[in-house]
Design a protein around this ligand. Sequence first.
Ligand code: PLZ
Length: 460
Amino acid sequence: MSLTVSPSLPTLDARLPQRRELLTEVPGPRSRELQERRDAVVPRGLVSSLPVFAEDVDGGVIRDVDGNSFIDLGSGIAVTSVGASSPAVAAAVGAQAGRFTHTCFMVTPYEGYIRVAEELARLTPGDHAKRTALFNSGAEAVENAVKIARLATGRQAVVAFDHAYHGRTNLTMGLTAKTMPYKTHFGPFAPEIYRMPMSYPYREENPGLTGPEAARRAITQIEKQIGAESTAAIIIEPIQGEGGFIVPAEGFLPTLAAWARENGVVFIADEVQAGFCRTGAWFASEHEGVVPDLITMAKGIAGGMPLSAVTGRAELFDAVHPGGLGGTYGGNPVACAAALATLETMRELDLSARARAIEAIVVGRLSALAEELGGAQGPIGDVRGRGAMLAIELVKPGTTDPDPESTKAVAAACLAEGVLILTCGTYGNVIRLLPPLVIDEQLLQDGLEVLEAALRGASR
Ligand code: PLZ
């Protein structure tokens, strides 16, 4: 007989009651009113997952303007890992805003920036000399990592992968794989970007291909189509985010990184979505002992304040001439204060351990459901991810054909019951779970029950 012990999440203090509660229809009257005003002034090019407007967000709960409480399984796309109103972050933001909100680091520097850079030098993989430059968004971090790699190597080509997502600015659109909605008619895109085949175990055309073999497949193409001597950088998400929470086969990342090292190619890990305890470690690169030359970071770094960073080898950064990097707001002092409080909270609450406990709970339940619904012949083709970056891929039963319609229907059914879940994937058929790492266990279990009911409903 085996005894299953639930890997419980210690309960943390919260300001709002940590429970799901719908008081009105969804969206309620006040949200509908705001939606009308929104439609008159905000373009339709910007869409929101939830049809309700936020009033108060705490722990794992989003309370809307009509008093409804939703379970947050999205964290504003992997941002609010410490919660959206962490007392430590709020206090740090308030205190810093009371002293100064801005000087521009390029005009008058301040200690907070230095402290964030010191933290990132300690936390990122590798014990080599490092430098850090701070920016505002994930896309801006990626842009700068590419600038640094090109200048330091004197080479131009940048390798990105199938299913990649790196942002919405011109260069990062070019690096991003999926055209709709990110790129369609927004070109022309920047030159010297080359796309290579990814390791995507569930959809591998060549089943049984190992991680190192998948890496060799990409490396051969790089060597044949570009040439190592012309390649400035390889950029890759260690776990792909928007592309479908794709975890490459074991050995894929280390093999690519080793080849990059041997060939003077800068290996850039885009940890914008996977970083900061999300996958059960400070960085997803750590799961396979990969030491990137440059790491791009954002999202979880500052508890919801806009901050991004590039950290990496000192010699790469030091190749850049004085004045070559910058931006008015990069490393804003309020955002830096928020980051320092966020990192401290992550350490104090051991959020990596919580992410691993979330993984055990979620994967246990969703794997059991996948079996119940028919296993490999059922609608849940794959359950994957690490830590609290988890996903299921929905397919037409009996096939591996993506089922974006039922994915949409499941997300909508969850929403109607008060659970916010996000979808993603090249084929739009992936449900991703990104709960705040401080989420209460009861709330998480309740959210999963709703998701399971929606999946059972959709498979009928
Ligand atoms: N790199 C790996 O995940 C942002 C984008 C949502 P920004 N992902 C969410 C959307 O539809 O715009 C992301 C990412 C990875 C870079 C980025 C870009 O980060 O802060 O959105 O610029």
